[in-house]
Ligand binder design. Structure first.
Ligand SMILES: *Cc1c(COP(=O)(O)O)cnc(C)c1O
Ligand SMILES: [Zn+2]
Length: 475
């Protein structure tokens, strides 16, 4: 039966609710309320749906028909094209700036580096989003909810990309004012410049990301500002669509592995939620495995999951080892330190959801040193793509898992490139430089000793003969 748009919308507003992830609590809350944790137990919240009343297509290929509707901005969006799989807002309330026009790229040059058979390595290039990182997938969802709630201001703490994304949505839509908390000295210029250019109020805290995160939560509740960090469950709904687009690009086939860098662990959590729901709808029958890659200098998840055996445990996470490790970090002043600033995080806020993701997707966690991250990044660039350091952790991690034999050369692997190359040009230049001081200052302090894949600029006198000689010699 044909539904009028209005009836469809009215139905969709009350499909969603918020639900505590703690199996001993499971408290539910109205979707039309603003909260970032459970009132009863303080745990994280999911967006859940009354799927029986939702209009979920019968097969994934049904989504292809929405391509023909792409003059409608909502269907042009690579997020809202899949609205039926995140139906928490009516169509006329959806906020979009054209996010999610991203591509899954097959590359044998990078595949050779990782050690894959030809045709098997894919890069999901999320740096192509309007603000240059995957964060836009989640931000359009969070800003949609914020505007439905009538928010006048939205805030986040950020290592850079969340703030760039929020700032862009606020300036492009004029729906609300962006308030951004950053740590001092840690944010790359590419990202900081976006927040400033888009006109966000930018508050620089004397501290690191985790300090900024604590403060923004206090300030948000004090002043009633809408919080868009990835503790916001609506953001993760938007990030599910990265996986829908991966499947779409593969003709709705399921890859063997999804490899993603792990920071606050919103992405990994959202990816698994996407697959859980597709499975529940009977739209897929197999689930890929998940590899979450930490930087060696920010390896809390690796420590807890692989070394201390912390598990999801059917929603009853045993907290002692986590509390112990947090205490140890405080006591011994262990602070995250990596060139991959987007994943330079001590206490990932979505830890528990990520444990659930690892459980559902038979996941593994690895950590890779900055040396491997930068080498992989150089190879990704050489392969014609380019990404910021954090993103390259996925490729470095895939290479490690190949070497360990966990990933087989014949597996079909998708590495998520989370952010654009131009987000952090100083890391790229420091790697390729022949100026030892620049190299040491930026990279040497982080244990990077060599740049095996450096493409150095050739210095020549300003003389035609010398220039010609240099070109003949080097090309
Ligand atoms: C935010 C971010 C990450 C970390 O993602 P999480 O969802 O926090 O784990 C990785 N790479 C880039 C470029 C990012 O901006
Ligand atoms: Zn609860």
């Amino acid at each position: 039966m044909l539904q009028t748009a209005q009836a469809h919308n009215a139905q969709q507003t009350d499909l969603a609710f918020q639900q505590c992830i703690n199996a001993d609590c499971k408290a539910t809350y109205d979707a039309n309320t603003i909260r970032t944790s459970c009132d009863k137990c303080g745990d994280l919240l999911d967006i859940a749906y009354d799927w029986d009343r939702a209009a979920v297509p019968n097969k994934l290929s049904d989504f292809e028909q929405f391509w023909s509707e792409r003059t409608n901005p909502v269907r042009f969006s690579g997020v809202w094209r899949f609205h039926e799989l995140l139906p928490f807002a009516p169509q006329d309330k959806l906020v979009t700036v054209g996010e999610g026009q991203t591509l899954l790229q097959q590359t044998d040059r990078v595949g050779d580096y990782v050690g894959m058979n030809h045709g098997q390595l894919h890069l999901q290039y999320e740096g192509m989003n309007p603000s240059g990182s995957f964060k836009d997938n989640g931000m359009c969802a969070a800003v949609t909810h914020a505007s439905m709630m009538g928010a006048k201001r939205a805030a986040c703490a950020s290592t850079g990309n969340t703030s760039a994304s929020l700032a862009l949505y606020c300036s492009a839509t004029r729906l609300m004012k962006a308030v951004i908390f950053i740590g001092s000295g840690k944010i790359s210029y590419g990202k900081l410049s976006q927040a400033l250019d888009y006109g966000a109020l930018t508050v620089q805290i004397a501290g690191d990301f985790d300090d900024a995160m604590l403060r923004v939560r206090e300030v948000a509740s004090e002043l009633g500002i809408y919080l868009v960090n990835s503790v916001n469950p609506f953001r993760l709904e938007g990030q599910k669509t990265i996986m829908f687009r991966v499947l779409e690009s593969l003709g709705w086939e399921i890859p063997d592995w999804i490899v993603v860098p792990g920071g606050n662990l919103g992405n990994s959590s959202a990816f698994a939620k996407a697959f859980m729901e597709l499975k529940q709808h009977g739209l897929i029958d197999k689930v890929p495995r998940l590899a979450v890659i930490n930087a060696g200098g920010a390896d809390t998840l690796y420590e807890l999951y692989e070394r201390r055996g912390v598990r999801w445990n059917a929603g009853r996470v045993v907290m002692d080892p986590i509390v112990d490790y947090n205490d140890k970090m405080d006591r011994e002043h262990i602070r995250a330190d990596t060139i991959a600033s987007a994943i330079e995080i001590n206490r990932p806020v979505n830890l528990k959801k990520c444990l659930r993701a690892l459980d559902f997707m038979d996941g593994v966690v690895r950590q890779v040193p900055d040396q491997d991250i930068l080498d992989a990044k150089a190879k990704i660039g050489e392969g014609g793509f380019g990404c910021e350091p954090a993103s390259a952790a996925s490729v470095a991690g895939a290479k490690l898992l190949r070497r360990e034999g966990v990933i087989a050369p014949s597996d079909r692997v998708v590495c998520v490139l989370t952010g654009h190359e131009l987000k952090d040009p100083s890391a790229t230049v420091a790697y390729h430089t022949s100026d030892q001081d620049v190299f040491n200052k930026t990279l040497g302090s982080r244990g990077v000793t060599k740049a095996s894949y450096a493409n150095r600029a050739v210095a020549v006198p300003n003389e035609l003969d010398d220039i010609i000689k240099a070109i003949q010699l080097y090309s």
